[in-house]
Each structure stands twice: as structure tokens, then as C-alpha cells.
Design a protein around this ligand. Structure first.
Ligand code: SF4
Ligand code: SF4
Length: 436
């Protein structure tokens, strides 16, 4: 029986904007700008130069470090530049610019039988395909799936929670690409040698619960678990607590309690790499918000300008007050519509001027609401004090590195204190001190 994790909030979800509309292939862009850094870890190194001709799937950036991922062309055409361009997370970063030739020619690698391919071969294909976690974190999948010596995973959890408001891409994938997601799930379970697997889906996604349960009805070791709707249900540690009642201690990984969690989009990419020889060159992006004329989930090529995807959804009915990549809780506000879709772009959320509010920050009233909702059991109000005072040594006692940056504390704070911003600042300062 599923448990409930501590803390969390119940924001308005706004999923009705896109939930019931089928996935749609986005128009082929005329140009793509593909950053070589779109994953956690070292950027890929460019292996093409201006003037080179490429196809969809041609390797354009090679990962040479262990924690890194390869990058592929998402368009057939000509490389016009390898230069610094706007990036949705990093501000600016080295990118390969490709002008399309409209032919959409593909260069795939050889596919394998998903039922019989060896675990080592799967890991090679995942590395070759440049697959990263598609839930937003973009951690290289081949690294995650390579277990350190002596570690064992008894349970694999497929994360279909999609708890961020507005986002419905994973939901559509589970409803429309059920067999392929199940195929990816089985491949991952097999390479991890996990005895058991669960699919965690919030119970308001009834169609997805139904289609996944139907597809898995004859699988004795794989179970679909409907979960209570609560944010951030899709956090790895929250899912593990909810489904298995296992606590992942602070500073530890799911692996330390015998688990691994992957997102449904990642499972789909694994299946496509193994069965069709497809590198990761496109992903599902929820283009949404009340001011988007025709919000929908688009299958978009990596490197497409986010402004082009908004246009493809009919544009905006009024001026945007804020455009966010990702969801409203953990997403990043963008200052330009020229930033491209990267592998971790789950959504493009456009909010009208009236939907965003600017509040002046007030003094903390020590109400402890932030403490009550923190799903990691942290003390946001104390961490806030230490960051503001620059007491970095003392901050180390508050497990700041366990902060998910989920935004629950900030959401409930009556003093409008930008807590997540402070915690990001604190984390980067601690990292700087560690490295100095
Ligand atoms: S919720 Fe805001 S006002 Fe209340 S204790 Fe936390 S930081 Fe202070
Ligand atoms: S952002 Fe960090 S401190 Fe705030 S509720 Fe989430 S995990 Fe807790």
C-alpha cells in the first residue's frame, strides 16, 4: 500500500489546458541551435565545423568525460556556426548551429532486439544515443545505469508522477506510447537485474494508470501504483518513500537503499535507441499557459527556438509577463525567446502580466510554514538566515545539499522571501568554497 511523504503542497495544476490533446509533431525548424552542454557534467566536444553537412542523428558533440553525454544533430542540413549562443540554463554556451535543407534525412545506428540484447550492449547504445534523464535533471543515463562495484538495485521505479503544475508530456507519452514506454521499462529493469519494478502515477492521471496497467497486466514483477496527488510527488526520494516506505538518508542516493528511479520519457528514449537505433534528437515539450492560443504537447527537435514553438501554438493572446522553461515550481524564467529547447526542457510556460505578482519581500515572521511543507525535512527559515548573513561554515550543518529546490517553502511563505534563490546562492557558494 502506498504511503504518503511528509510535507508538500497542493497548488492548482492547470493540466486541463493540454491533458486531453494528442501529442503533435512540431514543424521542422529552418534552423536549430544545439548547445553542447545540455546535461549535468562536462560539455560535449564539437566534432563538426562550419560547412559540414549533417543528417538527423549525426554525432555533432562527443562526450569525452565519464559524466557527460553525446549530442546529435536534430536536422539534416549544413553546419553554419559553432559558437556561443543563448542557453536556457547557462545564459550562454557553445552551440552548433545547423541550417536545415528540408530533406529530413536520418542517420541511425543499428537497432537490436530489445528482448535479447545484452546489458553491456544496452549501456553502449544509451551512451551512443546521448540519453539523459528527461524529467528535467538531464543526468547522463549511461552513468546512472552503471552500478558502482558492490551496489545492487532490487527495485526499479518508473516515475510517471509528473507532479509539476501545467506539465502533461509524460502523461501523453504513457497514454499514446504505452508499449514503447513499457519496452523501455523492461530493458532498464533487466540491465539493473532488479527483482521488482513499479510505475508510480498520480491518481488524477486515470487514463495513464489504465493504459499502463493494461499493458502490464501479465507481468508478475511489475506493478502500477496510483499515487496521491501532492507536489513534489515526482521527487526521487518522495517516490521511494511513497511506494516502498524506504527513507533515503540525507546526502545519500536511491542506490544506497537498493532503488533506482527513471522518468517515463527516459524509458521511451531507451526503447527508441535500442529498438530503432535512434539517438536523442527530439523530446516532448508542453507548450502551455492561459495566454497561449492553442496549448499542446509538441514533439520538438532539440535546438528549436522556444519562440518558434509558441508561434506554432498560435502565439499569445496577450503580452507575456513571464516565460518559463519547465514548470512554475522548478522552471527557469527566460529573458529571450531565442533560447533553444534542450534535452531537459519539459515545458514552455507563458504567463500573462496579470498572472504574475510582484511582492516586496517582508521580514520573516517565524511562522514555520516553510518548515512544515519542506518534503526533505529541512529548516528553510534557518538556512535563509545563514545564507543572508554569509555564515557559510554554519550552513553546512543544515543539509542544504539535500534541498530539491522544489519551491514548496517559497510557495507558502507569507513574507514573500525568495527562499529558493537564496538556497541556490548558498549551494553555489558552498561549492566554490569546497573547490578553492
Ligand atoms: S514561511 Fe517565510 S515567514 Fe514563515 S518562517 Fe518560513 S521564511 Fe519565515
Ligand atoms: S526548496 Fe528546499 S528547503 Fe524549500 S521546501 Fe523544497 S527542499 Fe525544502
Amino acid at each position: 500500500m502506498a504511503q504518503v511523504f511528509n510535507g508538500g503542497i497542493h497548488p492548482r495544476y492547470f493540466r486541463e489546458l493540454t491533458r486531453d490533446k494528442p501529442l503533435r509533431e512540431a514543424k521542422l525548424p529552418g534552423e536549430v541551435v544545439i548547445p553542447l552542454s545540455q546535461h549535468i557534467g562536462a560539455p560535449a566536444e564539437p566534432v563538426v565545423k562550419p560547412g559540414d553537412m549533417v543528417k538527423v542523428g549525426t554525432l555533432i558533440g562527443r562526450s569525452s568525460k565519464f559524466i557527460s553525454a553525446s549530442v546529435h544533430s536534430s536536422l539534416s542540413g549544413r553546419v553554419t556556426a559553432v559558437e556561443s549562443r543563448p542557453h536556457p540554463v547557462l545564459g550562454n554556451a557553445l552551440a552548433v548551429v545547423i541550417e536545415g535543407d528540408g530533406k529530413d534525412e536520418h542517420e541511425l545506428f543499428s537497432s537490436q532486439d530489445p528482448e535479447n540484447v545484452s546489458p553491456e550492449e544496452v549501456k553502449k547504445l544509451i551512451l551512443q544515443a546521448g540519453i539523459v534523464g528527461l524529467g528535467g535533471a538531464a543526468f547522463p543515463a549511461h552513468v546512472k545505469l552503471t552500478l558502482p562495484e558492490g551496489k545492487k538495485v532490487d527495485t526499479f521505479i518508473l516515475n510517471g508522477a509528473e507532479c509539476e503544475p501545467y506539465l502533461t508530456g509524460d502523461y501523453r507519452i504513457m497514454v499514446e506510447r504505452t508499449d514503447d514506454v513499457v519496452g523501455g521499462l523492461k530493458i532498464i529493469k533487466r540491465i539493473l537485474k532488479a527483482e521488482k519494478a513499479y510505475v508510480g502515477i498520480e491518481e488524477d492521471k486515470a487514463e495513464a494508470v489504465k493504459s499502463m496497467s493494461e499493458a502490464l497486466k501479465n507481468e508478475k514483477s511489475i506493478e502500477v501504483i496510483p499515487l496521491k496527488v501532492k507536489y513534489p510527488q515526482g521527487g526521487e526520494k518522495q517516490l521511494i518513500k511513497t511506494i516502498l516506505n524506504r527513507e533515503v538518508p540525507g546526502g545519500s542516493l536511491p542506490l544506497d537503499v537498493g532503488c533506482m528511479v527513471s522518468n517515463v520519457g527516459t524509458a521511451l528514449s531507451v526503447y527508441e535507441a535500442v529498438s530503432f537505433g535512434k539517438p536523442l534528437y527530439r523530446r516532448v515539450v508542453t507548450v502551455t499557459g492561459a495566454i497561449v492560443k492553442n496549448p499542446v504537447n509538441l514533439l520538438a527537435r532539440i535546438g528549436t527556438r522556444i519562440g518558434d514553438l509558441i508561434e506554432e501554438c498560435g502565439g499569445l493572446s496577450e503580452n507575456a509577463g513571464k516565460v518559463i522553461t519547465g514548470g512554475p515550481m522548478m522552471g527557469l524564467a527566460q529573458y529571450s525567446l531565442d533560447v533553444p529547447v534542450i534535452k531537459g526542457t519539459t515545458g514552455i510556460l507563458c504567463l500573462g502580466e496579470k498572472e504574475i505578482s510582484f511582492h516586496e519581500e517582508l521580514p520573516c515572521i517565524r511562522c514555520a510554514r516553510c518548515v512544515d511543507v519542506c518534503p526533505m525535512g529541512l529548516l528553510p527559515t534557518e538556512m535563509r538566515k545563514k545564507v543572508k548573513a554569509g555564515h557559510w561554515e554554519e550552513l553546512k550543518d543544515y543539509s542544504l545539499s539535500d534541498c530539491l529546490e522544489c519551491g514548496c517553502c517559497q510557495y507558502v511563505c507569507p513574507a514573500y522571501i525568495p527562499l529558493v534563490h537564496l538556497f541556490k546562492l548558498g549551494k553555489s557558494e558552498l561549492q566554490r568554497i569546497r573547490q578553492s
